[in-house]
Design a protein around this ligand. Structure first.
Ligand SMILES: *[C@@H]1O[C@H](CO)[C@@H](O)[C@H](O)[C@H]1NC(C)=O
Ligand SMILES: *[C@@H]1O[C@H](CO)[C@@H](O)[C@H](O)[C@H]1NC(C)=O
Ligand SMILES: *[C@@H]1O[C@H](CO)[C@@H](O)[C@H](O)[C@H]1NC(C)=O
Length: 384
């Protein structure tokens, strides 16, 4: 009786042993498969394709195009067939630029060094940074104030230009996806990132944001390089506003000197780091905003965006371009549907969607269920 019991016990412990071994083996196999799956599904993110070759670098200082051999660009293929061009900011940068320090004097962060253009060729952004250490101080203040109050919030900087917002955001230890198509600005941003030692806080994308994957001309506006815009906008312009007739305040027409590859806002999701779940969006792309928002629903579905800083003035200026009013209204409806309220960047004055044609140059859209909406506190959490 006892013997039988023992034998049963031995038998069952043998059985348990065998099953445990099988389970272990099964687990190991599954783990290997899982790791394999992770590797394959993230292949593009882990091993972006390196591009070698000639690249056009536009040298605005000398009004000529020079070829540089460069290897700091990587192509990241997206599952929808698009290609994102990533710029590696960890490589050496031998350019010699003037890199003044900003003078925002915030209590909790250091000012940053920013490599600028010769102020003679870029009077606005570079000129002001050089002379006063500040550009758009009211917008910057609002942006930093919001960033400071929102933990685990990163930044998407569309139209990064010289990287003012990008560099300041890194001082709060946030990650920034900085998108800028103009190589002259990229090499300066690259240098600034190194001077401030924030290489690991910034992902630089060397594309323009558009509505599909194509190559478009970028019109470079002399004396105000930050105002460079995609020439596609000129195609929508009424004849009296076409590029050949357009002269800036200094009597200098914009020059078409750079060709850029476009991607969509949605495409960006494929390069977001794993922790990148919530981000403030800053977008300043000279009127292309209204088009860019046509392809933004994946981005907004997958990322929590508490606020959007947008240069709105250009949109009002070009509202008479073909189809533009409808596109602006589509964009505003897109935002309204997603619970955004619009504000002046003083963070006080509420702007009504219906009055968009008289909005100020810069606006901020805030999602009232995530961040405080001045004057609208009662709305928060309501069914509105
Ligand atoms: C700058 O480039 C444009 C376009 O190639 C040319 O027409 C113009 O003459 C150039 N200006 C100078 C000062 O070289
Ligand atoms: C962008 O959006 C438009 C309109 O919604 C759509 O037709 C187009 O296919 C989209 N492009 C990409 C690249 O997703
Ligand atoms: C985003 O979410 C909305 C609502 O859930 C859905 O209708 C839409 O198809 C989604 N868009 C994308 C691109 O996933």
């Amino acid at each position: 009786m006892l013997l039988k019991y023992h034998r049963n016990l031995r038998l069952s412990s043998l059985l348990i042993d065998v099953t445990m071994k099988l389970i272990k083996r099964y687990c190991i196999v599954m783990c290997i498969f899982f790791i394999f799956y992770l590797l394959v599904s993230n292949k593009n993110r882990l091993f972006p394709r390196l591009i070698f070759g000639e690249f056009h670098l536009l040298s605005t200082e000398f009004n000529r195009t020079i070829d540089i051999r460069q290897s700091q660009l990587y192509q990241h293929e997206i599952s929808n067939g698009g290609i994102i061009t990533l710029y590696d900011v960890t490589q050496d940068n031998e350019w010699d630029f003037q890199c003044p320090r900003t003078k925002y004097n915030e209590n909790d962060i250091h000012d940053v060094r920013i490599c600028i253009y010769d102020p003679q060729h870029d009077e606005h952004v570079s000129g002001q940074l050089n002379d006063y250490g500040k550009w758009e101080p009211v917008v910057v203040k609002s942006f930093l104030r919001l960033l400071r109050t929102l933990p685990n919030t990163h930044v998407i900087d569309i139209g990064a230009n010289l990287g003012l917002y990008t560099l300041l955001a890194t001082q709060y230890d946030r990650h920034v996806i900085a998108v800028e198509p103009l190589y002259d600005s990229l090499i300066r941003l690259h240098k600034s990132i190194q001077l401030n030692d924030v290489q690991h806080h910034v992902t630089v994308v060397a594309n323009a944001i558009g509505i599909k994957h194509e190559r478009l001309a970028l019109n470079v506006v002399d004396k105000n390089l930050g105002a460079s815009y995609l020439s596609y906008l000129d195609e929508l312009a009424p004849s009296d506003k076409k590029i050949e007739n357009f002269i800036n305040e200094r009597g200098i027409p914009p020059r078409v000197l750079a060709e850029v590859d476009t991607i969509t806002l949605d495409d960006l999701v494929s390069i977001f780091p794993i922790f990148f779940k919530r981000a403030i969006l800053k977008i300043d792309i000279e009127g292309f905003e209204a088009l860019a928002f046509q392809n933004a629903s994946l981005l907004f579905n997958q990322t929590e965006i508490p606020a959007i800083y947008m240069e709105f003035g250009k949109l009002i200026e070009i509202k008479y371009h073909r189809g533009m009013i409808k596109k602006i209204e589509d964009m505003l409806n897109f935002l309204k549907k997603r619970n955004y309220e619009s504000y002046e960047v003083n963070d006080i004055n509420h702007l009504l969607y219906d009055n968009w044609e008289s909005w100020p140059w810069d606006v901020v859209f805030r999602r009232c269920d995530i961040c405080r909406c001045p004057g609208l506190e009662k709305l928060v959490g309501s069914a509105e």
